[in-house]
Design a protein around this ligand. Structure first.
Ligand code: 3EB
Length: 326
């Protein structure tokens, strides 16, 4: 089993200096029309603001094959799979668009060979009111419907995920999957209720994700930390105070990742033998950028931090962080 790697670039031409084969790329930018078309599986995600161009490149030393299923693109090697899909979310019902996008991205997906370990969901107008509820909650309804078949039938565990706002009209979903020969652990945060068990006041369909996924094959390890915000139990805390929200968020990330928590899941790893690959920091109000950056740089290697502006799934949340360690 080869290695799964990720690197982040701000210059497109640097992508091609990677030593390995590209599975797929997530591109974050402000203007879709100004973005270069890549001859690789990639997903453009339009954000309100980005600190600089962001090319998040997933790659491996294994041989990669490319394929397309309808509007879903795929890069797949023997042990790793990257897929991406977009669905116009400016018409029709948000729940149906989400269900359709999920059915699309999971079509002909071989659950006997691969397990999804990470989903990213970029949801336009995430805090706006849709047909009968907030857009995010309607998205959760559609995702639950699609998952009912794919996850309940396959007795699957929900992977790590991010569900966050984006600009433009497209709902974008990206996934990463790893061969079942690797061990996979879904990890929860001891001071948060699992999102899939949130009470219905946060939406009739709960958000189907785990707080983190840890993947190990022999000496290869990778930890995917989900989008993490200032939530304790199931409640948002420190409404209106971005600094306190950020401290709580960083505590939540550290609680997930600490030795004690990993041991609770029989994960045989120490937090100190893994290195940060990146953290993404989603900032609701761009005026908070400098404040947030100063705090993040005190807590994480500043060369590994990516900042962008987007709305967060709950109106009152001002910041969200996700990360990868390996
Ligand atoms: C939360 O903790 C914040 O719907 O896939 C974080 C990560 C959040 C993933 C998702 C939502 C999702 O509930 C929101």
């Amino acid at each position: 089993m080869g290695k799964l790697n990720v690197d982040v670039f701000s210059d497109l031409k640097d992508i091609f200096q990677i030593s390995g084969n590209i599975l797929g790329v997530i591109v974050y930018g402000k203007d879709k029309n100004k973005s270069a078309k890549l001859d690789l599986p990639y997903q453009y995600v339009q954000m309100q603001n980005v600190e600089k161009n962001i090319y998040e490149v997933w790659f491996t030393d294994e041989t990669v094959e490319y394929k397309q299923y309808g509007n879903c693109v795929e890069g797949k090697s023997l042990h790793y799979c990257f897929r991406a899909v977009e669905e116009n979310d400016s018409e029709g019902e948000h729940s149906e668009n989400a269900e359709k996008a999920y059915r699309n991205i999971l079509q002909e997906f071989d659950f006997n060979v691969f397990r999804v370990v990470r989903f990213w969901n970029y949801i336009p107008g995430i805090n706006e009111y849709g047909e009968y509820d907030e857009h995010y909650k309607e998205f959760c309804v559609g995702r639950e419907r699609a998952f009912y078949n794919f996850y309940k039938e396959n007795g699957e565990v929900y992977p790590a995920a991010t569900g966050i706002g984006s600009n433009g009209k497209d709902l974008c979903i990206v996934l990463l999957a790893v061969h079942i020969d690797a061990s996979r652990y879904s990890i929860e945060n001891p001071r948060q209720i699992p999102a899939y068990e949130y009470p219905t006041k946060f939406g009739i369909s709960s958000p189907k994700f785990s707080r983190a996924t840890f993947v190990q094959y022999k000496k290869n390890k990778i930890l995917f930390v989900s989008g993490t915000a200032s939530i304790i139990g199931s409640s948002s805390v420190y409404t209106g105070d971005v600094k306190k929200q950020l401290y709580t968020t960083i505590e939540n990330v550290n609680l997930l990742f600490c030795k004690e928590n990993l041991h609770r899941y029989s994960v045989l790893s120490n937090d100190n033998d893994m290195n940060l690959r990146y953290i993404k920091v989603y900032i609701k109000c761009w005026e908070d950028y400098q404040k947030i950056r100063a705090i993040c740089e005190r807590n994480f290697d500043k060369n590994k931090i990516i900042y962008m502006q987007s709305d967060v799934c709950r109106q009152e949340l001002l910041v969200e962080i996700e990360g990868v360690w390996s």
